[in-house]
Design a protein around this ligand. Structure first.
Ligand code: HEM
Length: 323
C-alpha cells in the first residue's frame, strides 16, 4: 500500500538557514521544557520521599501530610497542573481538527511536545495521587497509564512510516528511489565486502511478513531494530585496528575515521529503510488499528477525569485549600 505526498522540495539556501534556526529554537524549547519537567519531578521525589514511603496509617502523623496528600496544598496544585498539562497534550489531536491551530508549527514538532507531555503528565499525576490509586480516580489513573504506555507503541510504529521533515508520508516510489541511491553508494565503499553487509541489510520477504500476525510482525521489527547497533559494532570492529577497537568500546561508539563513519551512517539508513519498506503495508495497518484503540481509551479517560473533578468539587475539596 503506497501513500502519496508532494515531490521533495528543493530548499533555497536562505530558507535552509530559516529551517535550521526554527529547528534550533524548537530543540531549545523542547530541552527547556524537559529540564523543567525533570527538575519538578526530582524535587517532588526528593522532598516527598519520606512522606510517600510511609504507610497509609502513618501518613497523617507526618508534617508533610498537609502539603503532599492529594487534597493538600501542594497535592491539589499538582492536580491543577496536571489538568493544564493535559489541556496542552490534547492540543496535538485537536490540531488535526482545528484549521487555525494546524497552521502553527509542524506536526513533527507538535508530536515531540505531545510525547514529552505524555510522559511528564502521568508522572505529575502520580505525585498528585500521592501514590494512592483507588476508586474512580484510580480507574482514571490506570486508564491514563494504559494510554501513555500504548503511546510508546504508537510512537514506535509512527517512526516506521518514513516521512518528510514536515511529517508527510513518503510514497513507496520515493522510498525505493532512496534505497537504490543508498545501494549505489554502498557498492562504491572500500571498507566491507557485500557478504559482510548481508546480516544488516537482510529483511524478511513480503510473503513471510504477510503470514505473520500483527504482533509477531511488530516483535520481529523490534528485534531487528535492537540488533542493528550490535551488527554495526561488529562491522566497525572488522574495519578498525586494535587501539581503535578499544577506544570505540568494541565498535559501539563512533570512530575518528570520517570515511568509515560516513559509510556506517549510510548503512544504518539503508538498513532502517529496507526494514520500513518491507513492513510498510503492515505498519500502516497496525498504526490505523492503534488509532482505533487509542482514541476511545483517551476519550474515556477524559470522561473519568471530568467525573473525578466534579466529585472533588462537589465535596468542596479546594474551596478552602487554595488561598
Ligand atoms: C496520558 C498520556 C497521553 C494521552 C492522553 C494521549 C492522547 C493522545 C490522543 C488523544 C491522540 C490522538 C489519537 C487519534 O487521533 O486517533 C494521540 C496520538 C498520539 N500519541 Fe498520545 N497520548 C498520551 C501519551 C503519549 C505518549 C507517552 C506517547 C509516546 C511516547 C504518545 C504518542 C502518540 C502518537 C505517536 C500519536 C499518533 C500521532 C499521529 O497519528 O499523528 N502519546 N495521543
Amino acid at each position: 500500500m503506497a501513500t502519496l505526498s508532494a515531490a521533495p522540495v528543493k530548499v533555497a539556501p536562505k530558507a535552509q538557514v530559516r529551517v535550521s534556526r526554527g529547528e534550533a529554537l524548537h530543540l531549545t524549547l523542547l530541552s527547556l521544557a524537559a529540564c523543567a519537567a525533570l527538575g519538578l519531578l526530582l524535587y517532588l521525589a526528593l522532598h516527598g520521599y519520606s512522606y510517600y514511603s510511609l504507610g497509609r496509617e502513618d501518613r497523617p502523623l507526618s508534617p508533610l501530610h498537609a502539603q503532599l496528600r492529594s487534597s493538600g496544598v501542594v497535592g491539589l496544585r499538582l492536580g491543577f497542573l496536571s489538568v493544564g498539562l493535559f489541556g496542552l497534550l490534547f492540543l496535538y489531536p485537536l490540531r488535526k481538527r482545528w484549521k487555525w491551530l494546524s497552521r502553527i508549527g509542524s506536526t513533527r514538532r507538535w508530536l515531540n511536545f505531545h510525547v514529552l507531555l505524555g510522559i511528564t503528565t502521568p508522572l505529575v499525576v502520580t505525585f498528585h495521587t500521592s501514590f494512592r490509586m483507588h476508586g474512580l480516580a484510580g480507574l482514571a489513573y490506570w486508564t491514563m497509564v494504559a494510554v501513555a504506555l500504548s503511546g510508546f507503541v504508537g510512537r514506535y510504529v509512527y517512526a516506521k512510516i518514513p516521512r518528510t521533515r514536515g511529517a508527510a508520508e513518503l510514497s513507496m516510489q520515493e522510498l525505493q528511489e532512496e534505497a537504490e541511491t543508498l545501494t549505489a553508494k554502498l557498492r562504491e565503499q572500500p571498507f566491507f565486502r557485500e557478504e559482510d553487509l548481508a546480516p544488516l541489510l537482510c529483511v524478511p520477504s513480503a510473503h513471510q511478513i504477510r503470514r505473520m500476525s500483527p504482533l509477531a510482525g511488530l516483535w520481529l521489527m523490534l528485534r531487528l531494530d535492537l540488533a542493528r547497533p550490535l551488527l554495526v559494532s561488529r562491522l566497525r570492529r572488522r574495519a578498525l585496528g586494535g587501539t581503535q577497537r578499544i577506544a570505540t568500546l568494541g565498535g559501539l561508539l563512533a570512530s575518528h575515521d570520517s570515511g568509515l563513519e560516513s559509510v556506517v551512517s549510510t548503512l544504518r539508513r539503508q538498513s532502517r529503510l529496507r526494514l520500513s519498506i518491507a513492513f510498510l503495508e503492515r505498519t500502516e495497518r497496525l498504526f490505523h488499528l492503534w488509532h482505533v484503540i487509542h482514541r476511545p481509551f483517551s476519550i474515556s479517560f477524559v470522561f473519568l477525569i471530568a467525573v473525578h473533578i466534579a466529585v472533588a468539587m462537589s465535596m468542596g475539596v479546594w474551596s478552602w485549600r487554595i488561598h
